[in-house]
Design a binder for this molecule. Structure first.
Ligand SMILES: Nc1ncnc2c1ncn2[C@@H]1O[C@H](COP(=O)(O)OP(=O)(O)OP(=O)(O)O)[C@@H](O)[C@H]1O
Length: 485
């Protein structure tokens, strides 16, 4: 009978040994062990956990200790490449087939796949590739040879039109349970509301009664959330530089701290961070302006040459002098796993609540205190809304799911506006509430509201343009409503 690799159930594998020896980690983070065990026992698994939780390990480790091959489906080459590089550094046999792979390499990988004893432990592919007839034929062969160990879906929220990053091709992944019903699946995401979770499970055809569901808090207590109010009439550059200089001084004041930083190849007077802007041109102008003010900053956007992008990314990852702050469009960050990012600043508000959570979540992956600062103005709010309306108009004739995805993006943007305008509750609580969590997450002065609620309300009154002023300017067409980059 075809099916999943024969051993597994009942066979003892030392996952702690593999964690230490292959993945070079001392211990599992809370719940990782349970997820890995459930996967190894052959269950379908749904894992929702905060950004930086370590979700990839939950399918990578089983892939290493188990027989057979794990197919990993990921939406972006950047995401795949980052995981592939770290797996290869750990001497794990991992491959990818995508548009950048030469035909000869592709053939070699496919030959290995159907060899009866594939050496490849994990194969990374896009959802689009999974739908190709010839790849499915290869998968059937692997399955019939009982070498198809499991299917892992990274960024599983892309399956749902209720999510913020819907990709129609992800819906096609329902083919796996239809064609290979006994091959276990593991789905991972950081951002799913209850609607999204249900939709993923139904679309993939997972059996709820047998599914092991791990829905962890989205809370990241080490992140300090803060909204700073601004208006078109005031340049917030000085506000940011003043903040950064204060952090530099604080770090430099303590000799012990300076020594600790230098041991980690960091410098007290520099703080690694990311600034997100809407426009490509702004990334370069802002990076230059920061440099002119003595702050090591580099731009990063999709229109730059590969050499410049590689140089800026490499310098930043290695904490090189002059490369402390990356000023980027949202294209930057997917798949980048730098542990010591001490701040993420949104120069303008992001496009969606989930986008904000994911981008802010690139800070503090080492668990240390980090700042997530969002500059919000009502003019930007109107621009973001106008951009959404333009998109919605384009989608008017689109089919069901894509249209629904667009409507949901509008809701998500509205939720983010409410978050930014909100001055009466904890930011961590607002984030948790958005993702449908009932428990109140911990926040020990890790948000602007907890730090000083009165001051926050006052800043809002002082620094935001009034709705009356905004309405008048909008009618007069005073401020432009450019598109996003
Ligand atoms: N048990 C562990 N001990 C120490 N570090 C770990 C452990 N598990 C994972 N990590 C590290 O945590 C970091 C984040 O892991 P990973 O990229 O899988 O996060 P994620 O949950 O997918 O987050 P995101 O949704 O933001 O992409 C990586 O550097 C990974 O090596």
């Amino acid at each position: 009978m075809p099916g999943v690799p024969g051993k597994k159930l009942g066979q003892k594998v030392d996952i702690d040994f593999t964690l230490r020896k292959v993945f070079q980690r001392d211990s599992f983070r809370p719940v990782q062990r349970e997820v890995v065990t459930a996967a190894l026992e052959g269950h379908d698994v749904f894992l929702q956990a905060a950004t930086g939780f370590g979700k990839s390990l939950c399918f990578q480790l089983p892939a290493v200790v188990d027989f057979g091959i794990t197919i990993v489906i990921s939406p972006l080459l950047a995401l795949m490449n980052n995981q592939i590089n770290s797996l290869r550094a750990a001497n794990i046999r991992v491959e990818t087939i995508n548009s950048t792979i030469p035909v000869s390499t592709k053939t070699a990988i496919l030959n290995d796949l159907k060899s009866g004893h594939p050496l490849t432990r994990l194969l990374y592919v896009t959802p689009e590739y999974c739908t190709l007839d010839y790849f499915r034929k290869h998968l059937r062969t692997v399955y019939e040879q009982r070498e198809l160990a499991r299917i892992a879906i990274d960024e599983a929220h892309c399956i749902s039109e209720w999510g913020h990053d819907f990709r129609p091709s992800f819906k096609e992944l329902k083919l796996f349970k239809k064609e290979f019903p006994d091959v276990p699946m593991i789905c991972c995401t950081a951002t799913a509301t209850e609607e999204v979770r249900d939709d993923i499970i139904t679309t993939l055809g997972l059996d709820e009664s047998k599914l092991k569901k791990f829905t962890m808090t989205t809370s990241r207590p080490n992140l300090h959330y803060e909204v700073r109010f601004k208006s078109d009439e005031e340049d917030h550059f000085d506000d940011f530089v003043l903040w950064l200089r204060t952090v530099h001084k604080r770090r430099a004041k303590s000799a012990a701290r300076s020594q600790e930083l230098s041991q980690r190849n960091e410098r007290a007077r520099n703080v690694p961070g990311i600034i997100y802007t809407w426009y490509r041109k702004d990334t370069e102008a802002l990076a230059q302006r920061l440099q002119d003010n003595g702050i090591g900053a580099k731009a990063y956007h999709a229109g730059m040459s590969t050499e410049a992008k590689d140089d800026h990314l490499d310098g930043w990852v290695k904490n090189k002098e002059g490369y402390d702050v990356i000023v980027a469009t949202t294209a930057f960050g997917m798949g980048i796993d730098k542990e010591n990012v001490r701040f993420v600043v949104h120069w303008q508000m992001p496009k969606s609540f989930e986008g904000y959570y994911q981008e802010a979540g690139r800070a503090g992956r080492d668990g240390k205190a980090s700042v997530c600062m969002l500059y919000y103005s009502r003019e930007d709010r109107d621009r973001a809304h106008a951009s959404y309306v333009r998109d919605a108009e384009k989608m008017q004739n689109a089919k069901g799911a894509s249209r629904q995805a667009c409507i949901n993006r509008g809701k998500s943007l509205q939720a983010l506006i409410t978050y930014c305008e909100g001055v009466t509750t904890c930011r961590h609580r607002s984030v948790a509430k958005y993702f449908g969590e009932e428990a109140v997450p911990p926040c020990e002065w890790a948000c602007d509201w907890h730090k000083d609620a009165k001051k926050l309300a006052k800043r809002k009154d002082l620094d935001l343009q009034s709705e009356e002023w905004i309405a008048t300017q909008r009618q007069m067409g005073t401020y432009n409503q450019d598109e996003y980059d």
